[in-house]
Design a protein around this ligand. Structure first.
Ligand code: GTP
Length: 218
C-alpha cells in the first residue's frame, strides 16, 4: 500500500511511489519488459537475473504522476531465497509467462502463491495482480498457450486483468504498467471506501452503545 493510503491526503506536488514486482519463470522476459519500459531498449541476449534488480521511472497516467519503482526478480528456482525478501511492501505484482512456454503458464499459480506468502497478503482478491503474457510477437506456429485458457485462469483467480505484450516489438508494454496502476487505484479506492464504511459502522455502534448505556442508567 502506498504511503498516502496510510498517512492521509496525497501530497499535491510529489509523485506517488509505486513498488511493482515482476514475477515469472526464468527466461519469460521479465528483464526485457523492465528494460523496454524504462529505457526503451531490447536485448536479444539478456542474461539471467541473479536475485533482484530495480529501476525507477516517472510517468504520468490519467493526469496523475507516479514514480514507478520496478523490481525485476530472478525466475530460476535456485534464486528463490534471494528474491522473496523483496516482496513485502509491493503495490502491484505482475505475473508473467511466455506464450511459447506452457510450463511458465502452468507456474502462474505457484508464482501467485509464493508472492502472497512472502508479501504476507491474506486476501488475494484485494491485491492488484496483473497477468502479462510475453513474447506475443512470436509466430502462431510457436505459440502454445491460447488466449481462452489465459482468460479462464484469470477469471478463476478473481478476474485478474490480463494483457499480451512484446518487449521485442514494443507492443503493449506501457499499457501493461498502466493497467497495473489502474487496478491498484481501483482496489485502493475500494479499500478506502470499505474502511470509511467500517469507521462509520464503528462510530454508529459506539453511539448506540452510549445511548443504550444511558438508557440502562436511567
Ligand atoms: N521474441 C521475444 N523474445 C523475448 C521477448 N522478451 C524477452 N525475450 C527473450 O527471452 C530471453 C529471456 O529474457 P529475459 O528478459 O532475460 O528473461 P527473464 O524472465 O528476466 O529471465 P530470468 O532473469 O532468468 O528470470 C532473452 O533471450 C530475450 O531476448 C519478447 O518480447 N519477444
Amino acid at each position: 500500500m502506498a504511503s498516502h493510503a496510510l498517512g492521509g491526503p496525497r501530497p499535491g506536488n510529489r509523485n506517488v511511489l509505486l513498488k511493482i514486482v515482476i514475477l515469472g519463470d526464468g527466461g519469460v522476459g521479465k528483464s526485457c519488459l523492465m528494460n523496454r519500459y524504462v529505457n526503451n531498449q531490447f536485448n536479444d541476449n539478456s542474461f539471467h537475473t541473479i536475485g533482484v534488480e530495480f529501476l525507477n521511472k516517472d510517468v504520468k497516467i490519467n493526469d496523475e504522476t507516479y514514480t514507478m519503482q520496478i523490481w525485476d526478480t530472478a525466475g530460476q528456482e535456485r534464486f528463490k531465497s534471494l528474491r522473496t525478501p523483496f516482496y513485502r511492501g509491493t503495490d502491484i505484482c505482475m505475473l508473467t509467462f511466455a506464450v511459447d512456454d506452457r510450463t511458465s503458464f502452468k507456474n502462474l499459480t505457484m508464482w501467485k502463491n509464493e508472492f502472497l506468502h512472502y508479501a504476507n497478503i491474506k486476501d488475494a482478491s484485494t491485491f492488484p495482480f496483473i497477468v502479462v503474457a510475453s513474447k506475443a510477437d512470436i509466430g502462431a506456429d510457436k505459440r502454445v498457450v491460447t488466449e481462452s485458457e489465459i482468460k479462464c485462469w484469470c477469471e478463476v483467480n478473481d478476474n485478474i486483468p490480463y494483457i499480451e505484450t512484446s518487449s521485442k516489438d514494443a507492443i503493449n508494454v506501457e499499457t501493461a504498467f498502466a493497467l497495473g496502476v489502474d487496478s491498484w487505484k481501483r482496489l485502493e479506492e475500494a479499500f478506502d471506501k470499505t474502511n470509511n464504511y467500517v469507521a462509520d459502522t464503528v462510530n454508529l455502534s459506539r453511539l448506540a452503545q452510549r445511548n443504550s448505556s444511558k438508557c440502562c442508567s436511567n
